[in-house]
Design a protein around this ligand. Structure first.
Ligand code: ADP
Length: 167
């Protein structure tokens, strides 16, 4: 009965994130999705917005929980008694970044293992930053993010969204 934590910015959640959660929830007894709050980072969506979007998305899954956290992730894992940190990797660049992060977290707590799940091929181009950029130009993001996120993005960029639908 191993519990896992899946941390990230989720600014905003994408089908790529959901795919990782959906697969991980069949491997681990509980998944604690942690919406990271880092005062050094600039987010498009507030902590509350990211938390609400993600909570809505995981509602159908009874072993998935969503929280926000503004401290070390290994500390969060310790609190919920999770032994695993899940991270998703799309390509070599992701892996190199994730590997360094895993080493750092290992240095902080040797009882917690980072496990990487590789993206499913259809999601490997999905990246929150690129999706935000596309939405800011009024591009159609409906194949990349769930409907609640597409609506929220439309509200962040009302002008671009309006121009796109009026052609
Ligand atoms: P961060 O802000 O920490 O870079 P994100 O919030 O974008 O991370 O994502 C959280 C985790 O999900 C990271 O491990 C990231 O690599 C992974 N991830 C993001 N998008 C995808 C995707 N399309 N396929 C697989 N993993 C993904």
């Amino acid at each position: 009965m191993v519990k896992a934590v899946y941390p990230g910015s989720f600014d905003p959640p994408t089908f790529g994130h959901l795919n990782i959660i959906e697969r991980a929830r069949t491997i681990f007894s509980e998944i604690h999705v942690v919406v990271a709050v880092n005062s050094e980072k600039k987010y498009l969506f507030s902590e509350q917005e990211r938390l609400e979007l993600m909570s809505e998305l995981v509602k159908p899954w009874d072993n998935v929980f969503v929280h926000s956290w503004n401290n070390l992730i290994v500390e969060y894992a310790r609190r919920v008694d999770a032994r695993v940190l899940i991270r998703g990797v799309r390509n070599l660049a992701d892996f190199s970044y994730e590997f360094d992060l895993a080493m750092m977290n290992r240095g902080l707590n040797r009882e917690i293992e980072t496990i990487f799940l590789s993206t499913d091929p259809e999601y490997f181009v999905l990246r929150s930053s690129a999706i935000k950029e596309l939405a800011s130009f009024g591009g159609d993001v409906s194949s990349m993010v769930p409907p609640n996120v597409a609506i929220a993005l439309g509200k962040k960029y009302p002008l671009a969204h309006q121009q796109a639908i009026s052609g």
